[in-house]
Design a protein around this ligand. Structure first.
Ligand SMILES: [Ca+2]
Ligand SMILES: [Ca+2]
Ligand SMILES: [Ca+2]
Length: 470
């Protein structure tokens, strides 16, 4: 205490830094040396230059401790805001100290740091690499993206996150705590339910491993690897609570035998789907005894988390034109979760039926731009009869394929009579093994192939869901 020397011990010799007169050249809110120097000047009584504050350890420490339960990532801007709140008269003096380390007065005022970092490293003779790019924002602006609301596309897809995969980028040596690999999102859902993080590679080399991590008040709730989980990360969330989502690139060369120098800027697409409000009031229907069906506008890998999650995805993807039409279930099956029948075409009764999505003797309609179109009618066993009167989606031709898990025979091609196939992506929860498959239906067809056309690998393929009004 009282010494400006930060001493780092290590086997074979450590190092020390002078926090008062720090000689670091790279200054900013992302710099470890800047943060150390800034905290020291707030503390110390040797007030040189723009340093006019002597706050003392106890008060600074109390502020740090109070930040433990902050609904955000804890970094200098959270600390500064709390410090200014505690000492409003010192606001100008605090800003003056921030300026000595090139730190903006607030999080919102921070901007891209790529140019300053690039020139700083070049001036130090560190070997150049592809960190430098016209579209490489490196650190993001704003540093934390706010995500609120409900439904699929609460944070819409194709918002590109420019992350750099190299463990060198922004470092003097490969290290796991690199600067340029992460983008941060602060998620505050309007409703309780399941949050879906959908993360995909758009253009990456094999060297980068994208992953998403979900935190709450500093505790990691879950992390998912795009390679292993195919980009889907689900988490139960509560309305009114805040979750931090980090999208991160990790360079596999740091841990395996390749050169991290060659990792590159990567483009990922992220979409965040949030729970929707439960339906209340009276549902509207297309006609007496009729119900709607639709295919989700968003597509998901086969490990979206099970049948109940599929039903949630249906509600999240409910088209605006079908607002106030109540609850929907996904027309798909998996053992122990949802079954139409274990006896083909319900011969001898619909044995094994569980939580089935269709109703008996019901007309099912799709909702087109200006009219409702009758797609098909179920029999007394709540099974659609083929051929359907119309496609389940007006966009057939491969634009509307959806997971169903229903059984079909490959040769000769024949329907399995509404029984569950062995292809259901491990109950729609797994399938990272490329041999794991799930049956899909295709809206191009009006025969049984509309519900059981082929099997698709659960990882690497994304498909819609066919949703049925209840
Ligand atoms: Ca100083
Ligand atoms: Ca001071
Ligand atoms: Ca000082």
């Amino acid at each position: 205490m009282g010494s400006p020397l930060y001493v780092d011990t290590a086997a074979g010799g450590g190092f020390q830094l002078d926090l008062e007169s720090g000689s670091h050249t790279l200054r900013g809110y992302y710099s470890e040396a800047s943060i150390q120097s800034l905290l020291y000047d707030h503390y110390d009584a040797n007030n040189e230059g723009l340093d006019s504050l002597t706050i003392g350890f106890a008060e600074l420490y109390a502020i740090v401790r109070a930040l433990r339960n902050t609904d955000s990532i804890i970094w200098i801007h959270e600390f500064i805001a709390a410090l200014k709140a505690a000492r409003p008269g010192d606001s100008a003096a605090i800003d003056a100290l921030l300026s000595t380390e090139n730190i903006a007065a607030s999080e919102a005022a921070e901007s891209s740091v790529s140019a300053s970092v690039s020139s700083a490293y070049t001036s130090q003779g560190i070997r150049t690499h592809s960190c430098v790019g016209s579209d490489a924002r490196f650190l993001h602006s704003p540093p934390i993206v706010q995500v609120t609301g409900s439904g699929a596309d609460a944070f819409p897809e194709n918002i590109v996150t420019n992350l750099h995969g190299s463990q060198w980028c922004g470092m003097v040596a490969p290290a796991p705590n690199k600067l340029f690999g992460s983008a941060q999102f602060r998620v505050a859902p309007d409703h309780s339910g399941t949050m879906f993080i959908n993360l995909k590679r758009s253009a990456t080399t094999d060297n980068e491993r994208p992953r998403s991590r979900i935190f709450q008040r500093g505790v990691e709730l879950r992390h998912c690897d795009v390679s292993r989980d195919n980009g889907i990360c689900t988490q139960a969330v509560n309305a009114g609570e805040v979750y931090m989502v980090e999208v991160r690139l990790r360079d596999r060369c740091l841990f395996e035998s390749c050169d991290p120098f060659y990792s590159q800027l990567s483009t990922l697409t992220l979409r965040i789907d949030l729970p929707v409000a439960p339906h209340t009031g009276t549902a509207s229907y297309p006609a007496a005894g009729g119900r709607y069906l639709f295919t989700t506008g968003n597509r998901y890998a086969g490990m979206f988390g099970g049948v109940a999650r599929a039903d949630e995805l249906c509600m999240m993807n409910l088209p605006g034109s079908l607002a106030n039409t109540g609850d929907y279930k996904a027309l798909l099956v998996a053992p122990g979760q949802r079954t139409a029948t274990t006896s083909p075409d319900c011969a001898g009764g619909c044995a094994g039926r569980q939580d089935w999505a269709l109703g008996a003797t019901t007309d099912y309609y799709r909702n087109d731009v200006s009219s409702d179109v009758l797609v098909g009618t179920t029999n007394a066993d709540a099974l659609l009869t083929f051929p359907l009167a119309a496609r389940v989606d007006r966009f057939g031709l491969g634009f509307a394929e959806y997971w169903t898990g229903l059984h079909y025979e490959f040769s000769p091609r024949a329907f399995g009579g509404w029984t569950t196939s062995s292809y259901h992506c491990d109950g729609w929860t797994g399938g990272s093994n490329s041999s794991t498959r799930g049956t899909i239906g295709d809206a191009f067809y009006q025969d049984f192939q509309s519900l059981a056309r082929t099997g698709a690998t659960c990882s690497g393929n994304t498909h819609s869901l066919l949703c049925v009004q209840q």
